[in-house]
Design a binder for this molecule. Sequence first.
Ligand SMILES: Cc1cc2nc3c(=O)[nH]c(=O)nc-3n(C[C@H](O)[C@H](O)[C@H](O)COP(=O)(O)OP(=O)(O)OC[C@H]3O[C@@H](n4cnc5c(N)ncnc54)[C@H](O)[C@@H]3O)c2cc1C
Length: 392
Amino acid sequence: MATLPNLPGAIMSADEEAALIDAIQKWVDKEVRPVVQKYDHDDVWPAEIVAQMTDMGLFGATIGREYGGLGLSAVTYAKIVALISSYWMAITGIFNSHLIMACAVERFGTQAQKAHWLPRFASGEIRGGLALTEPNAGTDLQAIRMTARRDGDDYIINGTKTWISNGINGGCFALLVKTDTKADPRYKGMSLFIAPKQEGLTTGKKFKKLGYNSIDSAELIFDNYRIGADHLIGEAEGQGFFQATGGLELGRINVAARGVGVAEGALRLAGEYAQQRETMGKAICEHQAIQLKIGEMVTRARAARLLTMDAAKAYDRGERCDMEAGMAKYFASEAAAENAQEAMRIFGGYSYSKEYDIERLYRDALFMCIAEGTNEMQRMIISKQWVKRNPA
Ligand SMILES: Cc1cc2nc3c(=O)[nH]c(=O)nc-3n(C[C@H](O)[C@H](O)[C@H](O)COP(=O)(O)OP(=O)(O)OC[C@H]3O[C@@H](n4cnc5c(N)ncnc54)[C@H](O)[C@@H]3O)c2cc1C
């Protein structure tokens, strides 16, 4: 069983961080790489990998040490996510969705909510995710229809969420609802609940996907789901939109890190192949057409990493970083998609074989252009923020 070195706290020295990353690399080499193809091709929940990630503390990676988490900085967290994603991106989604839920409680919850939920989230005793999207509302989150109606000391929740990561295997969700359907502007009527699985919540269909396999994406159906008012994050209505999107900054840094991983993974696979495969009497990496591809891939991967670290550093300094996180997420996910496609071309016909890993990176990459806010929306956020910071 992999164990991580003792961590002194959120601020780590370069040596301590290197030891942590080395331990993750050893775990990936020993436990993840031998099984990734089987799990991915069969689209099966990787129970043994999840158990190992739980033992390593990854479900508490960014949760404060006072609650039993590892208390990692966003920088260290992003490096770990990029490393794992360069071999198997989907498993980072299993703990990232969970950590976004935890982040909402840690940033916006009451002391009692933090004391109750965070130690259980950090240990992995309760795992979960973030439930925002509905059949009619993804990008336009304020159009959600799920309602929570106050009834004495409880709320009664009705509606359907869709595409929820960890929906089947998770046990608890940060759930965005409308507590006031008539509010104007609409976001003022939105609230975020901690919603554990219990009577009134059933899982609907599990989506069959192009990629991002093994982690389940499912519908959650709430039918007269009754929950105590102490499950309302912060215990004040109308804060949900801000709370849900506040957590997305860390989520976007995470998706950016996944993009870095896939961009670097595609480069690594294609680079190795290009040095071994020969045509016309020499390795294909010596043909100019392939050199142009590799030169672009190296540059894209490096730029994606630097933008992601820039956003993570701003997050760690406690600064507003929606523009930095948006740029990192946008650029790194596009870099992942472009590098994966170029790697497919470098592999030639073998790119189409399920025996090689590159086809998985190609299928997985496009998801990151959609996740945590589509790249169309990211560019609009970047533009608005830039104009705000640079008034004429
Ligand atoms: C594998 C997977 C896992 C997911 N996991 C989760 C999860 O755990 N939790 C969760 O809540 N959701 C999850 N989602 C949902 C995801 O967040 C949404 O799919 C995403 O936000 C886009 O919403 P949509 O699919 O409804 O697209 P739409 O909002 O319908 O957008 C369609 C297209 O229109 C563009 N568009 C929309 N509005 C505008 C605008 N105003 N200006 C310009 N362009 C616009 C979009 O960029 C996109 O290109 C997941 C999705 C997938 C595929």
